[in-house]
Design a protein around this ligand. Structure first.
Ligand code: NAP
Length: 307
C-alpha cells in the first residue's frame, strides 16, 4: 500500500482502517486478524471513536480493543491513530465544550493505552458551544502533547471553515460520508450529521489542500449485497458502469470503488481522498484493499466520472 505525506506532515497509508465494530459485532479474534492483515499489507492509519459502537454496547469497546492490540503487538509507534469526540453515547458525551473535550481525551488515551493521539477529530458540530471555546480546547491538547493534529467530521463546509478561521490549531483533515455512487439530490439527510459529500465540499477541500477521509465508502456493503445499499444513494447506470469495469478487471466492485477514490486526486476539482473502511471478515477486507493497488488510466477515470 502506498504511503502519503499529508499536508499536516502525517505519513499515512492511502487507505485507512475503520475499527467501528471491533469488540462489539466483530469479535476480538476477527478484529485482530483484520488488523494483522492491514499492517502486513503496509497499512498504518487506524480510525476509531470514543463512542464506538455504543449502539451495540457501551461505546468503550473499539478503543479498548485497539489498546489491547497495540499492547499485544507492541506496534503503537508504527500507527497513525485517529479517534473522535463529540457524539452521544448513552446520554453522555454529546457536545464540544471545553470540559467535555478535556474529559474525553483522557478517557480515550486510557482506553487506547497511549499518551498521544495522532489525529483527533471533532466527531460532529456542536452549534450550542462557541467555536472559539471548542477550538481553544483542542489547541490546548496539542500544546500539552496529548494530540498531534486535528480533524473535523460531519460539519457543514461553512462551519468547518469558520472553525478554522478562529483556530490557533486548525482542522487539517475532513472526515465525511463519500463513495463512488451519488446521493439522491439535496434532500434532508436521515440524521443531520451524516450529510453526503457534495461537489462544493470537494472543491473547497481541493482549494484548501485538505484531504478527505471517506467513511461508509463501501456503501455499507451495498456494492456486493444489493440489499445493503443505503437508500440515500442512486444505483442506476453509475453502479452498472462500476460493476462492468470491475468484472473486466477481475476485481470486486468494492475494490474498484476504492481504486476510484485513491486515483481521484488526479482529476480537476477533487482533493486527495483516503477511503476508510473496516470489515469483520479478513477475506472481504483483503479483497477490498486490493483496490488501493489499482492504477486507473485517464480513460477509465473519465468513464467512471461521467457515468
Ligand atoms: N465520522 C463518522 O461519522 C463515521 C460514520 C460512519 C463510519 N465511520 C468510520 O468509517 C468506517 C467504515 O464505515 P461503515 O462501516 O459505515 O461503512 P463501509 O465501510 O461502507 O461498509 C462496511 C460494510 O461493508 C461490508 N462489506 C465489505 N466488503 C464486503 C463484501 N465483499 N461482501 C459483503 N459485505 C461486505 C462489511 O461487511 P463484513 O463485515 O461482512 O465484511 C461492512 O458491514 C467505520 O469503521 C468508522 O471508522 C465514521
Amino acid at each position: 500500500m502506498e504511503k502519503l505525506i499529508l499536508p499536516n506532515g502525517l505519513e499515512v497509508s492511502n487507505v485507512a482502517l475503520g475499527a467501528m465494530n471491533f469488540g462489539t459485532t466483530t469479535s476480538k479474534e476477527d478484529a485482530f486478524a483484520v488488523l494483522d492483515a492491514y499492517i502486513d499489507m503496509g497499512g498504518n492509519f487506524i480510525d476509531t471513536s470514543n463512542n464506538y459502537a455504543h449502539w451495540q454496547g457501551t461505546g468503550d469497546e473499539s478503543e479498548t480493543l485497539l489498546g489491547e492490540y497495540f499492547e499485544s503487538r507492541k506496534c503503537r509507534d508504527k500507527i497513525v491513530l485517529a479517534t473522535k469526540v463529540g457524539f452521544d453515547r448513552h446520554g453522555e458525551g454529546q457536545g464540544l465544550r471545553k470540559e467535555q473535550i478535556e474529559y474525553w481525551i483522557d478517557e480515550s488515551l486510557r482506553k487506547l493505552k497511549t499518551d498521544y493521539i495522532d489525529l483527533y477529530y471533532a466527531h460532529t458540530d456542536d452549534i450550542t458551544t462557541p467555536l472559539e471555546e471548542t477550538m481553544e480546547a483542542f489547541h490546548s491538547l496539542v500544546e500539552k502533547g496529548k494530540v498531534r493534529h486535528l480533524g473535523g467530521s460531519n460539519y457543514d463546509t461553512w462551519r468547518f471553515a469558520e472553525a478554522n478561521s478562529v483556530a490557533k490549531t486548525p482542522f487539517t483533515v475532513m472526515q465525511q460520508w463519500f463513495t463512488y455512487l451519488q446521493a439522491k439530490g439535496d434532500v434532508a439527510p436521515q440524521y443531520i450529521f451524516n450529510e453526503y459529500t457534495t461537489r462544493e465540499r470537494l472543491r473547497y477541500l481541493e482549494a484548501k489542500n485538505i484531504p478527505l477521509v471517506a467513511y461508509s465508502c463501501l456503501a455499507k456493503g451495498g456494492y456486493e449485497v444489493p440489499e445493503r445499499l443505503p437508500e440515500e444513494l442512486v444505483a442506476g447506470t453509475r453502479l452498472e458502469t462500476l460493476k462492468n469495469m470491475a468484472k473486466e478487471k477481475g476485481v470486486t466492485a468494492s475494490a474498484l470503488a476504492v481504486a476510484w477514490m485513491v486515483n481521484l486526486h488526479r482529476c480537476d476539482g477533487f482533493p486527495r481522498v483516503i477511503p476508510l473502511f473496516g470489515s469483520s471478515n479478513v477475506e472481504h477486507f483483503v479483497s477490498n484493499l486490493k483496490g488501493a493497488e489499482i492504477s486507473l488510466t485517464d480513460e477509465e477515470l473519465k468513464l467512471l466520472n461521467n457515468a
